[in-house]
Each structure stands twice: as structure tokens, then as C-alpha cells.
Design a binder for this molecule. Structure first.
Ligand SMILES: [Zn+2]
Length: 343
């Protein structure tokens, strides 16, 4: 059983301009790394992304947003906000990125041991009615909503350095989707405080770990072991989806967190260990951010190595300490979560 790697060359045609951090070179760097590690490329099964089912898209996005993006595409491109841009080819890439999760789910149902969707544009900032933060469609949310429509319960873990505001907004009133985000705070887009716990029937089904700048690996693992694992066990997901951003790496130029490539391997290992008990093999990761090309390639390699059981070759010193503020955040989230879960 191999891990599915869902990809499409059309992702490279989403041209954000010469100076934009979310650029095609990101996927090139990852692709080159995988090809350069034969034991890794042999351990994954290449799967083509497919365009998203239009019905699946409007389950999470407004018809107005879908129309707006089609209109900008027809004009050959343009800006959706100050840092969210489309070129010719962006709509096709966005449709494939939003459909990659369905292709991943199909492969896992057919026997694959988890899947990694190597996609762009990223998705987790896109809200119901608006594209933002480099994201056109919310890839992970489209996939989660498709699974929920089929009767599944879905946990979404978001370890991108930025809060997954779009995913949170889309599912904040749902008790079928558990959303957990670990992110730098304050940081773009400004949301994701510990007090944001969901709404109505979804109260308690959103958990946010807003970590201070400089947070290293220890609080992330503590959050996982002391809060996330227990909540997930009680929630009982049929699928675990991950918004796998790599901009929490300490080398990332956009943020100021302190993870290393190995940290992402450890987060992946914990996710897989939980899935082994709760929903074996049903883990699908989606690439979100990560803007230092070498750190991104190292971090994805570390993730895929953990998923496939291949040894990672990434060599780097341990992350620095100084995590007292972040440990207090973990404790605050645990206390708030304890109103809804036995943690
Ligand atoms: Zn990010």
C-alpha cells in the first residue's frame, strides 16, 4: 500500500507575478526533491488531480464568488485583493486544486495509505463569499463538505502558520466537522483567538492555538498530546484532513515561528498514529503555505518520509526553546476545550 501523491502540471500555470511569494517555483522545488530521492518517489503513487465537481464547489462557496472568479478568468486575470491575483490558467489550476481532495479520497478508498495533495493555489483563507490571502477556493473545505454530504465526520487539522479563517468560517456552526488550527498570533488574517470555539450546534468544534512569535516544536507537540489527541478520540472522525502549510518553519520569510522540517515529520507521525486508531489510512494532507523554497522542500520531504516509512535525510539542529508563552496558550485552550470535551 503506497501513499497517493495528487498533483497536476497545470498548477504551475497559476502565475502570480515575479515577486509574489506564492509562486510556481514552490511546487518545482518539492517535485525536484521527490524526484531526487528515488526511494521516496517509489514509495508514493502519482495520481492526477481532477477538476472539482461544480456542485461540490457551491456547497462551500457562494455562486457570486464562483461567478466573480470566472469573470476575472475570462478577462485574462486580475487582482481579487491586494495579494490575491489571477492569471490566465489560474481558474483551471484552482478547479484542479479544489478537486484534488476528491481524487485523494478515491485513491484512499481504493487502498492507498493516506494521500498528500501537492496543490496551488492554496485554500484555507478562502471564505464562503470571498477569495483572499493567496487562496481562490478552499480546497480542504470543499473536500470536507463532500465527505460530510456522504455522511462522514471529518476532523481538519491546520498547522499552517496563518489562521485557517476560511475553513473556520465555513464550518463554524457544524458539529460534523472538527476544526483545529495552530498558528502565529497576531498575524494575518487577524482571527484565531482561543475564544473562537464555533457557533450554535458547532460550539466546541473549533479550537484555536494562537501561538506567540518564536514558538518552537515543544508547544505544538504538547497541544497535540494534551488536547488534540483527546478531543479527536472523542469526536471520532471518519477522515482526518490536514491543511499542511509549511510557513511555521523558522526560515520562512513571511512569519516568525520556530518549527524545523523534522517538526513537520513529528506532527505527521502523531496525526497518523491517531488515524491508526480512529480511521486507518484515511488521512489526506493539502499543501497550503510555505515560502522558503529549501525549507519547504525539506519539510514536505520530512512529511512524506513519515507517511511512507522512508527515512528522511533532512539534517538540521534542534529547534530553540523559550516556549513559556506558547505553553500557557496550550493550557488556556485545554481549559476552554474542557467545557465541551473530557480533556
Ligand atoms: Zn500561511
Amino acid at each position: 500500500m503506497s501513499t497517493a501523491l495528487v498533483y497536476h502540471p497545470a498548477f504551475l500555470a497559476h502565475d502570480t507575478g515575479r515577486w509574489h511569494p506564492e509562486r510556481a517555483a514552490r511546487l518545482d522545488a518539492i517535485e525536484r526533491r521527490i524526484r531526487g530521492r528515488p526511494e521516496l518517489s517509489e514509495a508514493v503513487e502519482a495520481v492526477d488531480a481532477v477538476p472539482v465537481d461544480p456542485e461540490a464547489l457551491v456547497r462551500v462557496h457562494s455562486a457570486d464568488l464562483v461567478r466573480l472568479i470566472a469573470t476575472v478568468d475570462a478577462a485574462g486575470g486580475g487582482h481579487l485583493d491586494a495579494d490575491t491575483v489571477m492569471s490566465a490558467g489560474s481558474l483551471a489550476a484552482a478547479r484542479l486544486a479544489a478537486g484534488a481532495g476528491a481524487a485523494a479520497v478515491d485513491r484512499v478508498r481504493a487502498g492507498a495509505d493516506g494521500a498528500f495533495c501537492l496543490v496551488r493555489p492554496p485554500g484555507h483563507h478562502a471564505v464562503t463569499g470571498r477569495a483572499m490571502g493567496f487562496c481562490l477556493f478552499n480546497n480542504v473545505a470543499v473536500t470536507a463538505a463532500q465527505l460530510v454530504a456522504g455522511g462522514a465526520r471529518v476532523a481538519i487539522l491546520d498547522w499552517d502558520a496563518h489562521h485557517g479563517n476560511g475553513t473556520q468560517e465555513i464550518f463554524e456552526a457544524s458539529a460534523d466537522v472538527l476544526f483545529v488550527s495552530m498558528h502565529e498570533y497576531p498575524q494575518y488574517p487577524g482571527t484565531g483567538s482561543v475564544r473562537e470555539l464555533g457557533e450554535g450546534a458547532g460550539t466546541g468544534f473549533t479550537l484555536n492555538f494562537p501561538f506567540p512569535s518564536g514558538t518552537g516544536e515543544t508547544p505544538y507537540l504538547k497541544a497535540f498530546d494534551e488536547v488534540v489527541a483527546g478531543v479527536l478520540e472523542q469526536f471520532g472522525p471518519d477522515w482526518i484532513l490536514v491543511s499542511a502549510g509549511y510557513d511555521a518553519h523558522r526560515a520562512d520569510p513571511l512569519t516568525d515561528l520556530g518549527l524545523t522540517a523534522r517538526s513537520f515529520g513529528r506532527l505527521t507521525a502523531r496525526t497518523r498514529a491517531l488515524a491508526a486508531d480512529l480511521c486507518p489510512r484515511r488521512v489526506v494532507l493539502f499543501l497550503e503555505g510555505g515560502y522558503d523554497l529549501a525549507a519547504l522542500a525539506d519539510s514536505v520531504e520530512s512529511t512524506l518520509a513519515e507517511m511512507t516509512g522512508v527515512a528522511a535525510h533532512v539534517d538540521e539542529p534542534a529547534a530553540p526553546g523559550g516556549d513559556d508563552g506558547a505553553v500557557a496558550v496550550v493550557e488556556a485552550v485545554r481549559r476552554l476545550a474542557a467545557e465541551h470535551w473530557d480533556v
